[in-house]
Design a protein around this ligand. Structure first.
Ligand code: SF4
Ligand code: SF4
Length: 243
């Protein structure tokens, strides 16, 4: 992997880095980097778009705001947080990445993530596939019936939606009800055998969080808020996040 040298165009004041520091407890430790490189060696996005997390952090510290708020590398970061885990100073690089994403005008952000977030805003399912609550209910009931009939040992298995007072609120990857409905069943079976009292919500069952990956705070708050409201309205005690 070849790395381009960082060219300094005179001393600049980093407004971007200062702004992110203000948002984080302890400033996210953003100015404590030892340049050890541990973050970069374990990062799945290292080398993509000529960037890695250490370089990104150094450029931010050097005040290269224009460069870090326009590099497409920020969209390569998976937000896995591995860099924080290995960093001796626990520096919060993904927060820096998140805020660099937010600096992009919304319509210029990657189409796949943007489209999935917009789909999640279409109805109260918060599904990245745009599936409505009624369609979700239809698929769940249909698949459940099929398995109850085909596998007598699961004849009394349940897959409830909006069960009042259930202990666990379960969400669901949105792709499965649409493209691979059978993939929902193994988890139902595990919960059934374990005797877990659970429910989906008709609102907020979509488990992905594309609006977070898009760095759209308002949309992220909206979709997460619907899931949380529904779990509260049903009186669930534990939110089982499958994503
Ligand atoms: S692991 Fe932490 S201290 Fe080491 S280079 Fe990366 S950010 Fe800096
Ligand atoms: S959170 Fe982003 S920068 Fe950190 S290791 Fe994961 S992909 Fe790399």
């Amino acid at each position: 992997m070849s790395e381009e040298a960082i060219k300094l165009g005179g001393k600049k004041k980093s407004t971007f880095m200062d702004k992110v520091k203000e948002l984080l407890p302890e400033g996210g430790n953003l100015n404590l980097c030892l340049t050890c490189g541990a973050c970069s060696s374990g990062c799945p996005a290292t080398g993509l778009e000529g960037m890695d997390p250490r370089k990104f952090l150094r450029m931010a510290a050097l005040g290269m705001d224009e460069e870090i708020t326009t590099t497409p590398w920020v969209w390569m970061c998976s937000m896995c947080q591995r860099c924080i885990y290995v960093c001796p100073m626990k520096i919060d690089i993904p927060q820096l990445v998140y805020n660099a994403r937010a600096a992009w005008p919304r319509e210029t952000r990657p189409k796949g993530i943007l489209g999935s977030c917009d789909m999640a805003l279409r109805n109260d399912s918060c599904s990245a596939m745009g599936t409505s609550p009624d369609d979700f209910r239809f698929v769940v009931e249909d698949v459940l019936e099929e398995y109850r009939e085909a596998q007598p040992e699961f004849a009394d298995m349940e897959a409830p939606i909006d069960k009042q007072g259930a202990e666990f609120f379960l969400n669901q990857n949105s792709r499965e009800p649409v493209t691979e409905p059978d993939e929902m069943v193994p988890l139902w079976k595990i919960l059934h055998i374990a005797g877990v009292d659970w429910t989906y919500g008709s609102r907020g069952w979509g488990g992905e969080n594309y609006c977070m990956f898009l760095a759209d705070d308002d949309a992220w708050k909206h979709t997460t808020g619907i899931s949380a409201e529904q779990a509260d309205a049903l009186g669930c005690k534990v939110f089982l996040n499958t994503e």
